[in-house]
Design a protein around this ligand. Sequence first.
Ligand code: TYM
Length: 341
Amino acid sequence: MSEGTTAFTPRVFSGIQPSGGLTLGNYLGAIKRFVDMQGSGIETIYCVVDMHAITVWQDPEALRRQTRELTAGYLAAGLDPTQSILFNQSQVPEHTQLAWIFNCVARMGWMNRMTQFKDKAGKHAEKASLGLLAYPALMAADILVYHATHVPVGEDQKQHVELTRDIAAKFNHDFKTEFFPMTEPVIEGAATRVMSLRDGSKKMSKSDPSDASRINMTDDADAIAKKIRKAKTDPEPLPETADGLKERPEARNLVNIYAALSGETVAEVMAQMGGKPFGEFKPLLADLAVDKLAPISSEMARYMQDPAEIDRILKDGATRARTIAAPILRKTYEIVGMVGA
Ligand code: TYM
């Protein structure tokens, strides 16, 4: 983690949308790293961003279930609600209140340039919800309503965190203040961009129509092993060193996944696995994945047996989150010139 904005106490914030099942990409790119940052002495705040999820249609029952399931995933992976603040976004109204102010700071051109918006809106941008366009301003509010200095995310969210800095900078400039920090994205490790198991040029995603393209955190041991055995590769054995992975996206992806799961560097993995044919490497990867993921998926199922306990954890987290967010929002209102703030 780099220094960040020195005038602000270091604080970590991140979030995940409850818009479908969790994938191995979410786990390695985000949740596992959230767990690593917990207990590092820095305050950690992790959110289930349900307000972001509804920028595209969500069935209400499914949204409720997915919100609880994502929380179960956080807990099963090792987030501890006594060490981190865990909550869902809609229970802390300060996020959307600050987002409105940021809607008035951010420029339309900035939003139109966001690659996630272009991908999600597709060719019919005029039919996308207004919320989908404003999405990054809400994300900036999520982060800045806590004066968060560090945001662990996967590679695909880098542009949004950079936009958060642009919004903070414009706000500070317009109101002649240094109120908001310049937040740093933290994009580290071997698995900042986990790719599809069927196509090494596409990101692993919960919205891919092919279930074989991803490992879901709810997959059982058999499903995990089968998907890895069937993962697309080229016919050559693994190269001897990491350099040889450059032009081989599928092989590189599997090695990156191995490294992230085992907690080793890619160079360390290549020292053991270099030269092995996929017929040997894939079963080793499958065993490692089952070893690391199956306990999480069974813990998730156990947490899901007690939704009232999950709801209690989210409510308690929201109360604690509000004690940080409310004074920052009040001060923002005051800076903007709202009477009564
Ligand atoms: P979301 O819900 O799409 O993804 C959650 C996190 O998982 C990471 N991720 C991946 N990492 C590596 N490889 C992949 N294939 C992969 N797929 C997903 C994402 O980079 C992300 O870190 N806009 C955010 C949610 C959000 C947020 C925030 C994040 C809302 N407010 C404030 C940080 C701070 C999103 O859509 O993530």
